[in-house]
Design a protein around this ligand. Sequence first.
Ligand code: IFM
Length: 471
Amino acid sequence: MPTTPPADRNAERGSEALSFPTDFVWGAATASYQIEGAVDEGGRSASIWDTFSHTPGMVVDGDTGDVACDHYHRYREDVALLADLGVSHYRFSLAWPRLQPEGRGALNEAGLDFYVRLVEALLERDITPWVTLYHWDLPQVLEDAGGWPARETAQRFADYSAAVHARLHDRVHAWTTLNEPWVAAFLGYAAGEHAPGVRDPAQALRAAHHLLLGHGLALEAMRAQDPGTSTFGITLNFSPVRSATEDEADVEAARRIDALQNRLFLDPLLRGRYAEDLLEDVADVTDGAHVQEGDLERIAQPLDFLGVNYYFPWTVRAGGRATAPSPWVGSEDVEFVDRGLPTTAMGWEIEPDGLRETLTRLSDEYAAPPLYVTENGAAFDEAPGPDGVVQDANRIAYLDGHFRAAHAARERGADVRGYFVWSLLDNFEWAFGFSRRFGLVHVDYPTQRRTPKASAGWYAQVTRRNGLPAA
Ligand code: IFM
């Protein structure tokens, strides 16, 4: 585990002008439940996030996604905002309960129609749609049938994916199966901080495996019917894990957290196996009987790209008190160390070099397929000033530093082909409700008024010059 002091790791953040290759993808990202609203319209059924957010005490201020950014009705305005940013790509997710309200069977035409209209509006502005099939809004009816801990849900996901792909592949060519299965499995089924709010470590490990299996089955089904025009991938959330000291026990703690956070997904996807050390770490939690013959081959099918979501690194040490509920299944006693670095409004450390480290590791250790940073961005609390302008210098500095880190990774040989800023709009930040604002565009929720922040103007310059000015 690297133990270089943080100051040195950030030292290479230069301030010179940088440029990216001409075909580099600049984009912005959102997700269905966080922006769409219209939860009862067009035949949509309830998702686990509708149930969870309506359960008292689960989301800050009792916020829900019932209206969110009302994107379902205002998507044309939002596509115009994307065009103003000068982005060539828009990453968004499809709401499974809108497309297949019963979690199985024929697609709901009204739900499909919404996404067809959105895709058409994007294509009219020369913006390429980059679709994610699952960003955490499982139909509640499938959770009632066992959710991701049930093997059957993987097959349901593959059927849904194939049905949607069959109807949209003529216009959509970039398909991501899952967004951040770590969050869905471990915050959803172990820590209970996310929907469906379950606190059962063994169920979380089953969920993680079935998410991966669903990815594999969906890839297989979509590829079998694709005319050769699509690319297929998955998005994972990565955090490099550092040990607080070089003591053996702390280094071991960092190994355990790296295994759970990063390798639990990377190894099956890119090496066709779970790592032995991880299996030993969780041996008291599961006997692994849910992993059936043939699963790993299915999961390890070739990827056309790997989506990388990066926000912050972890620093850990051994010997804390076991906390429950915890997402760190089998390693609940590892202690997370606050290094006193500047943080965003999420309390997440700002360390751009963690992105360079992540991209370089994927390239060097995993011989990963082409990489796209599918999410990176920051929550800060700036509000519009008296002149109506949102001066978010913190966000600009954050993005500038991380773009430079991605550039540095490219220089060191990582095949990084694009970058999607999280997020286009302020939106429903899961258990934090509307209290955290990640948007390039400010949203005044009572009026739904959109106001591009200073960072939006700055990002529009980056996309148009295809690079960064000297800072
Ligand atoms: O808002 C989320 C997004 O849905 C998934 N990745 C992290 C973002 C910030 O927490």
